[in-house]
Every structure is written in C-alpha cells, then in structure tokens.
Design a protein around this ligand. Structure first.
Ligand SMILES: C[S@@+](CC[C@H](N)C(=O)[O-])C[C@H]1O[C@@H](n2cnc3c(N)ncnc32)[C@H](O)[C@@H]1O
Length: 255
C-alpha cells in the first residue's frame, strides 16, 4: 500500500482509483494499492509517494471476516481456520501491502464471473495478479496451468507464497496465442493501454475476464477491444464492472 499526502481535504476523487483516504490536520492521506498510480497522483498534486504505515493496514485488516462469494467461494482471512460451508471452496485472504486480499468488489466480481467460464484443462494468464487469488481460483476450477504477473515485486512474491507461478514484470515477453483464458483486474486506463496484449496473448476463441473499471468507463474499454465480443457482465458495489469477452475466431477468407 502506498500513501500520498496532499494539502487540505480531498473532496474530488475524479477518476483516480483511490483505495482510501484519511483526513488529518490540514492535510489528507490518500492510499493506493498501485505504486504507479500513486506516483501519477503525487505528480499531479505536487507531492511524493510514501509507503503506507503497517498500523493503518492492520486497522482495516482486523475488520476482515469470512464471507461467501458467488455460488462456489468462501473467502476467509488467514487467521480464521473455520471450515468452509458445504459445497464452497475456501480461498485464503492474504494480509499485507498487496491489493487483492479477496474482499474488494472487483475481486469478488471476478470470482463470481469465473463460475460462468470453463477452466477445465485450460491455460490461464492472470495479468495483475495481486495476491494471486484469481490464479488459485482458476486452478481450483480445474485449470491445467496458471501463469501470473504483476508489476509489483511484493505481489509476485505473495502470489508465489500461495503456490501461484507468478513473476514480477509486464506481459510483453510472453508468446503469442499462449492462453485459453485471461483474467485482468486492473484500473480502467490500464485496460486501454493493455488491450492489444489481450488480442495477442489469447488464442482465437479464448475468454477474457476484465474488471477493475467502472460502468462509465466501459464504453471506451469496449471500443479498444474490436476483436472481442462482450458476452456477459455484472456490476458490484459502486458500479464496478466484471465482464467476459470472447476473442473472435479468425474467419476464412471468401476468395
Ligand atoms: C486491482 S489489483 C487486482 C489484484 C487481483 N488480481 C484481484 O483480482 O484481486 C491490480 C494489480 O495489477 C497490477 N498491475 C497494474 N498494472 C499492471 C500491468 N500493466 N502489468 C502487470 N500488473 C499490473 C497492480 O500492481 C495490482 O497488484
């Protein structure tokens, strides 16, 4: 988690994907899970990025409780060792400075939408894995392999600790058409940048699960995906989208 101090009260969040803010005397402390976004926000506000203090994170971590998500999942903090209710698959919420413990609306939206996809024997790429929760879920749903990446070292390390094949870095070095399903829960503007990668990395006919953006950003994101057809969408919380797209299969030439 990263923090940027700005003068006064932050009353206009605009389109910044902010994870939280606290009012302090004469200033606001604004929190981000992404270091890149924190840097941009700091630049725009003439401030600098700091590592968030552990106590702040621990305060809200204490509020985490186990909960059911969708039809299959039971997400539970690591200290809660109670058994998952019958028929539900337990996914551990990982504590620390990495996004994706499991309780955010975008993560829950992805987990819910994953129930509508076929993972059996599929090769999965989880771009922006955070704590690795979506990769673990894909494996639990029968995926043959799950490869994950994140720009943040802490994230790759944490995903690794939960048994996910994660690396730190971008997707660009991966081979073309290597994956049957891609899971991408990143902020809206990142989808705009990465959309060519989705077409390159997915096999024709592959499934793309996107989240991390608001409903009002959907039109621009869909316009950046001309080779994809949207087949399903849900909204959670304050208008967070989780959507499934199908990669168009190449059509035979008519001449
Ligand atoms: C919203 S979190 C999602 C975490 C997890 N996948 C989940 O669903 O809970 C987004 C993650 O994507 C990472 N990220 C953002 N842009 C990225 C990029 N271009 N390539 C790889 N990772 C990226 C961030 O560091 C962050 O850990």
């Amino acid at each position: 988690m990263y923090m940027v101090r700005i003068a006064g009260v932050l009353d206009d969040w605009g389109s910044w994907p902010i994870d939280g803010a606290e009012e302090r005397t004469g200033e606001s402390w604004v929190y981000f899970s992404s270091q890149l976004v924190a840097r941009e926000f700091a630049k725009a506000h003439g401030s600098k990025v700091e590592r968030a203090r552990w106590e702040v994170n621990l305060d809200y971590q204490r509020e985490w409780t186990a909960k059911a998500v969708g039809r299959h999942w039971w997400i539970a903090p690591e200290w809660d060792q109670s058994a998952a209710p019958d028929g539900r698959i337990r996914l551990g919420m990982k504590m620390g400075l990495v996004f994706g413990a499991g309780d955010h609306d975008t993560t829950c939206g992805c987990l819910e939408m994953m129930e509508r996809l076929d993972f059996s024997k599929k090769n999965i790429f989880d771009l922006g894995t955070g704590t690795g929760i979506l990769s673990e879920a894909a494996i639990r749903l029968g995926a043959a392999t799950a490869v994950a990446c994140d720009l943040e070292w802490d994230a790759a390390l944490m995903a690794h600790k939960r048994g996910v094949a994660a690396y730190q870095g971008p997707s660009f070095a991966l081979p073309d058409a290597a994956f049957d399903v891609m899971l991408v829960n990143v902020p809206g503007y990142v989808h705009l940048d990465l959309s060519p990668e989705y077409g390159r990395l997915l096999k024709p006919g592959g499934d793309l699960l996107l989240s991390g953006y608001y409903e009002w950003q959907g039109e621009r994101i869909e316009a950046a995906l001309p080779q994809f057809r949207k087949i399903d969408q849900i909204l959670r919380g304050d208008g967070w989208v989780a959507s499934i797209f199908s990669h168009a299969t190449a059509t035979a030439s008519s001449d």
